[in-house]
Design a protein around this ligand. Structure first.
Ligand SMILES: Cc1ncc(C[n+]2csc(CCOP(=O)(O)OP(=O)(O)O)c2C)c(N)n1
Ligand SMILES: [Mg+2]
Length: 664
């Protein structure tokens, strides 16, 4: 072969490494050419060229260990996949979304590669969400005392996202084995870097105290020589490394973009002069390492495959194994009632004892405070190293949980107030609940997000929200919303054992409330999701409720009784919103013929609308009255006590609605 071994030796690099680099670069080149053909033929609606980035990506793959190290790539990493050895068929199946596509069964976008075997974690199209997940995964690696590295990458544009900074902060704080690779091609679609930031990225990382280098990603030798010892050092456990790699974007941002509309010819010419291929092209062609025929044959074979069957479109939203299907004996070992706080605390304590992989973090949750509501009090001391304060950063809290769950741990994390779940909402909407589905079941992240929710506590607009609809409306989450101590204990214990992500709402107004106390079920008690509770049986009207409105419905009946009215009302506590116990709702509606849904969240598009629609659909002919709702006004919750009362639903409203419905 035409490799000048003597010249290669003087560079301090083995000739075999050059040969491998050349072969992979050429392979990438041909694959990109096929990709272009497929776009032109209308067979691929999203294609992102790696031309200009390929040398960097292959160099990274060669410095790391496929199958041992972890990869959280972004959407422009075909060359990384080729570097790692992803089979051509898998690449083309990803590009063409054909039946059996091992990346996602045709569910995720093209260019979003995933492979359990290569430890490439399925990415989403969201810019920057991968960084915190890498930090969480690296935490799992470190906790397991393994010498694996977590590679995470993104474009320079994605570093303007807040999560990027949170990730640098936490990775350096905990000295985690993360290799951050920012592929700086100067543009985020059409936006040049100087419009994104005044800062230089490697300097930014240094500002966090992180070891940081800037390399020319279009030249191999220097890059390889610089990075090799630094990567070896991450493996030895010295902490993260930040690499800003200067590359060029030779093609448009993607197949939907035309860079000639916003880039000067001179700028594109300059990029072409730095084309990493031109430096090696002549040599590799002469060596005949690979022909485009091989690539074309693989591409055509995949192109001949059918699309996936339609019936598979909604598979893998949840685990097929529901884990807990039977309620165990709830007999309390003692009659002593406990508060909801105590019940959840004891449930967590028991589950942490049972499963050493359970870890917790959140704002202020460490002892001695044990959370602003005291739910985790005592756990830090009982389980050293497994419960800790997170940074004040909700995306960090949930994004890291996803990563650590991928690494085999079971994070049970706390969001201090539902109102502040929103910095983490990108992770909770697009990332966590889509993972199983978008990877065809290859990747999962079972975890529990405990969220303190609810009003009536004089908390004002930003300590009172009830956002359960947002999460119930996002496929892939189980959603619990207990109303009393015994249910809370049974459900949190079930959540700790489930195979899927769970949102666990804890109503602040019920935490220490006398009427939400119950005798505490024993340590073996688990309550399966999807089983409503008949709080009291009745024949004339059904109230469907969850959380605090369960008690308000009971109080409303008390108020009516004091007026001498005692309609036979059935109260159904849903206990979990996903899954909803529709059978219980429908059979009660069919029995009584009158239904009121009472919830604390605003009326518009609330869960009450869902319950009403399901009843209208399946039990309309058995109704004697329209399904009514009592809910909050479509407003935020004001601070002044009279205004708070004016917005949130009241016992009187529930009593009034019951009376109206009875007279209908
Ligand atoms: C959260 C989010 N906002 C916007 C987009 C749309 N978008 C996709 S790629 C992109 C530019 C990214 O540029 P950069 O990070 O530099 O990566 P490059 O494509 O240049 O490799 C934008 C705005 C997105 N995918 N996700
Ligand atoms: Mg860019």
């Amino acid at each position: 072969m035409a490799v000048n071994k003597a010249a290669a030796k003087t560079l301090g690099i083995e000739p075999e490494i050059f040969l491998a680099l050349y072969e992979k670069m050429l392979r990438t080149f041909y694959v990109e050419e096929m990709g272009r053909l497929f776009v032109r033929a209308g067979k691929c609606s999203f294609y992102a060229s790696t031309r200009g980035h390929e040398k960097l990506q292959i160099a990274c793959a060669m410095l790391l260990e496929p199958g041992k190290d972890w990869f959280l790539p972004y959407y422009r990493e075909k060359a990384l996949m080729i570097g790692l050895g992803m089979p051509l068929e898998h690449l083309f199946q990803g590009l063409l979304s054909r039946d059996g596509d091992p990346n996602s069964l045709g569910r995720n976008m093209s260019e979003h590669y995933s492979s359990r075997e290569l430890r490439v974690v399925s990415p989403t199209a969201c810019t920057g969400t991968q960084f915190l997940q890498a930090v969480g995964l690296a935490r799992a690696v470190k906790a397991d005392k393994k010498d694996e590295i977590v590679y995470v990458s993104g474009g320079e544009g994605s570093t303007s996202e807040g999560e990027f900074f949170e990730a640098l902060n936490k990775a350096q704080r905990d000295l985690l084995p993360v290799l951050f690779v920012i592929q700086n091609n100067g543009y985020a679609i059409s936006v040049p870097q100087e419009q994104q930031t005044h800062s230089q990225l490697d300097e930014v990382a240094r500002g966090f105290g992180m070891k940081s280098v800037r390399v020319d990603g279009t030249r191999f030798t220097e890059m390889h020589r610089t990075l090799q010892p630094l990567v070896a050092s991450i493996r030895r456990g010295t902490g993260p490394l930040f690499v800003e790699a200067m590359v060029v974007r030779l093609d448009s941002h993607s197949s939907s973009d035309d860079q000639t509309k916003y880039r000067a010819e001179q700028d594109m010419e300059e990029a072409r002069r730095k084309d990493p291929m031109t430096h090696t092209e002549m040599r590799i062609r002469q060596m005949g390492l690979l022909t485009d025929k091989e690539i074309e044959a693989a591409a055509r074979a995949v192109d001949a495959l059918p699309f996936p069957p339609e019936a598979s479109a909604t598979g893998d939203i949840f685990s097929a194994d529901r884990v807990i299907v039977e309620e165990t004996d709830p007999t309390p070992p003692s009659d002593k009632p406990v508060t909801m706080v105590e019940a959840i605390n004891h449930g967590l304590m028991e589950e942490m004892k049972r499963n050493p992989k359970i870890v917790m973090w959140g704002e202020d949750i460490q002892d001695p405070k044990g959370g602003v509501f005291g739910v985790t009090r005592g756990l830090t001391e009982a389980f050293p190293g497994r419960v800790e304060n997170s940074p004040l950063a909700e995306a960090t809290i949930v994004g890291m949980a996803k990563g650590m769950a991928i690494g085999g741990y079971k994070p049970i994390i706390e969001i201090q107030f539902a109102d502040y779940s929103f910095p983490g909402y990108m992770q909770m909407r697009n990332e966590i609940p889509t993972l199983r589905w978008r990877s065809g079941g290859a990747w999962t992240c079972p975890l529990v997000v405990r969220i303190a929710t609810g009003g009536y506590i004089r908390g004002g607009p930003f300590h009172s929200q009830c956002p359960e609809t947002l999460y119930a409306h996002t496929p892939g989450w189980y959603v619990a919303y207990p109303s009393n101590a015994a249910d809370a204990k049974g459900l949190i214990k079930a959540a700790c054992r489930m195979d899927d992500p769970v949102i666990f709402f804890e109503h602040k107004g019920l935490y220490r409330q006398v009427y939400s106390k119950s005798p505490e079920p024993g340590p073996d008690y688990v309550l399966p999701f999807g089983k409503a509770r008949v709080v009291r049986a009745g024949d004339d009207l059904t109230v469907v409720a969850w959380g605090r409105t369960v008690h308000m419905a009971q109080q409303a009946l008390g108020a009516l009784a004091s007026e001498g009215q005692e309609p036979s009302v059935e109260i159904l506590d849903l206990r979990t919103l996903v899954p909803m116990d529709l059978d219980a709702v429908l059979s009660s509606a069919r029995k009584t013929g009158r239904v009121l849904v009472a919830h604390e969240a605003p009326m518009l598009a609330g869960m009450g609308a869902e319950v009403a629609a399901r009843i209208a659909d399946a039990a309309f002919d058995r109704l004697d009255a329209p399904v009514r709702r009592v809910a909050a006004r479509d407003s935020f919750v004001p601070f002044a006590p009279n205004l708070e009362a004016a917005v949130l639903p009241s016992v009187e409203e529930i009593a009034g609605a019951i009376k109206d419905l009875m007279q209908y």
